[in-house]
Design a protein. Structure first.
Length: 290
């Protein structure tokens, strides 16, 4: 059973185009890929329920030893896999929260069409920021990419693509100090991280892609996390609590992409299967010698 508080697919669903998923030489739309994954899983017998989990209790190592409490029901399980993903981080600068929905956005696919012919600012230097900056040129007249360091960290193929796009300009070694406007975004205050100089940059919208915060607050100590809230696992996706596994963007690791989440999922599901079979006494490795 899959318990999902919204639609299946997480951040992939709102990603316009995924360039680096194996088997798609020209790339694939995020919504299309997520839909295919769900259909495939349901063909193998997955049951999907739309419920939000707000607590997990790790009891005994038995078939019903784990308790999963949602807003609707309480479930007993032998094993649990945490694949809760992450949310986009905020800049935490003045004006950001005031202008959400009025020029500040964290989803180019969702809000890009509202800015046809406008001048936009994208914040970030990773794959997401660069991909979304390129996507926004389908609607905007200009896109300015602001990054706090002297070079981007996105994949080289993505960097080459935006550098060749005449609609995109780079502002490296800059941070946004404030988002300004009256009824909607009109400008941002930029600060040069080298010289300290401050300047005003006119813009009609700010799209922010500066990292992720894991969706793990609800765990409340059920498993060990790092200081940022990412779940710590071993190489088999086992968390600090026996019988609870984790994978995807909520897990502590060096690379968060769809393909690495799929790898985590394969390991977590296999490890969970071995764990459950161990409880039942049917594990191949734990059968008594004849």
């Amino acid at each position: 059973m899959l318990l999902e508080r919204m639609g299946c697919g997480g951040q992939a669903v709102i990603t316009d185009w995924i360039e680096n998923y194996p088997g798609f030489s020209e790339g694939v739309g995020g919504f299309e890929l997520a839909s295919k994954m769900r259909a495939q899983a349901e063909r193998f017998g997955l049951e999907v329920k739309t419920e939000e989990v707000f607590m997990i209790e790790n009891g005994s190592n038995t078939l019903g030893g784990k308790t999963v409490i949602t807003t609707e029901k309480t479930y007993k399980a032998a094993a649990v896999i945490l694949a809760t993903g992450a949310n986009f981080k905020h800049l935490k600068v003045p004006g950001e929260l005031d202008f959400i929905g009025k020029g500040v956005s964290y989803c180019a696919t969702c809000d890009g069409p509202f800015f046809k012919g406008k001048n936009l600012t994208v914040v970030g230097g990773g794959d997401s920021a660069v991909q979304e900056a390129a996507f926004l040129t389908k609607f905007a007249s200009t896109v300015t990419l602001v990054h706090r360091r002297d070079r981007l960290r996105a994949a080289q193929v993505l960097q080459e693509r935006i550098k060749a796009n005449p609609k995109i300009s780079l502002k490296l070694n800059y941070t946004i100090e404030k988002i300004n406007g009256k009824d909607c975004v009109e400008a941002v205050t930029l600060k040069n991280t080298v010289s300290g100089a401050v300047e005003e940059h006119r813009t009609d919208g700010v799209f922010i892609f500066v990292g992720q915060d894991p969706n793990t607050a609800f765990l409340k100590g059920a498993v060990v996390t790092d200081e940022k809230g990412f779940i710590i696992t071993d190489e088999n996706m086992q968390t600090s609590s026996e019988g609870i596994f984790a994978g995807g963007d909520a897990r502590k690791k060096i690379l968060r992409q769809v393909v690495t989440a799929c790898g985590d999922g394969a390991l977590a599901s296999y490890a969970a299967q071995e764990y459950v079979e161990g409880i039942k006494g049917t594990s191949y490795d734990k059968k008594p010698q004849s």
